[in-house]
Design a protein around this ligand. Structure first.
Ligand code: KIV
Length: 255
């Protein structure tokens, strides 16, 4: 398994690969494919739990899915995502919940949708031995405040704030940064400015690595964000298999 230190030292010549997974069978496939980092993202809300956003996802749900992934992953670094309001209300809440992901679920690190309010928390968690992956740019937990899922960092002021927060989270000890849905040039600048690896999603080709949501990659999601890519058509495979089963039972050819 790559350690947090190895991820931190990743070289730009060999881009880091990160994918989400939410259950044991898919985590085993992602792990066996040699993906460096498996993120048990709060994207599970839309991807597998049937919610229409990530906001309803609970800490218990993330713990349970992270544990399933951690049991199946032998090689990849497993990162558990901190859901909406599992941190930020008090330092104690954030520490306890991040601790659950390592103690109960077997994650190797946590990811936190970051902002000015998470710099101190990042510092505390790292002090306590909980590695933190920061997340800037589009942070979907703020959808009500930012009015949806639009590209972030598009004005000079907003770009400067992202660069500043990226530097502050690196200084606080974050071992990597996810940068979501920002202009390519901004992502390239942040990547050049930081020593820790920047893992992009909708952030262009100049970051140190890429992350996507597994159901998008598989072609299983009902809708896919503009910056994602489907690398398969698993939905059609599943539809065909289920239809074939039904037909076989109905026409008596199975069993
Ligand atoms: O929850 C998630 O899956 C994420 C990735 C899209 C980075 O935050």
């Amino acid at each position: 398994m790559p350690t947090v230190q190895e991820i931190q030292r990743a070289s730009p010549e060999e881009p880091l690969t990160m994918l989400t997974a939410y259950d044991a069978p898919t985590a085993a496939i992602v792990d066996a494919a040699g993906i460096d980092v498996i993120l048990v993202g709060d994207s599970m809300g839309n991807a597998v739990l049937g919610y229409d956003s990530t906001l309803p996802v609970t800490m218990d749900e993330v713990v349970s899915h992270t544990a399933a992934v951690a049991r199946a992953a032998d090689e990849a670094l497993v990162v558990g995502d901190m859901p909406f309001l599992s941190y930020g209300t008090s330092a104690e809440t954030g520490i306890e919940n991040a601790g659950r992901l390592l103690k109960e679920a077997g994650a190797n690190a946590v990811k936190i949708e970051s902002g000015p309010h998470t710099v101190e928390l990042t510092d505390r968690l790292v002090d306590l031995g909980i590695p933190v992956m920061a997340h800037l740019g589009l942070t979907p937990q703020r959808r009500n405040q930012i009015g949806g899922y639009a590209r972030q960092g598009t004005t000079e002021e907003a770009a400067a704030e992202i660069r500043d927060l990226a530097a502050k989270h690196e200084a606080a000890g974050a071992f990597s940064l996810v940068l979501e849905h920002v202009p390519d040039e901004l992502a390239a600048e942040v990547t050049a400015e930081l020593d820790i690896p920047v893992i992009g999603i909708g952030a262009g080709p100049e970051t140190d690595g890429q992350v996507l949501v597994l159901t998008d990659v598989l072609g299983l999601s009902e809708s896919v964000p503009p910056f994602a890519e489907e690398f398969g058509d698993v939905r059609t495979e599943m539809e065909d298999a289920v239809a074939a089963y039904r037909a076989a039972v109905e026409d008596g050819s199975f069993p």
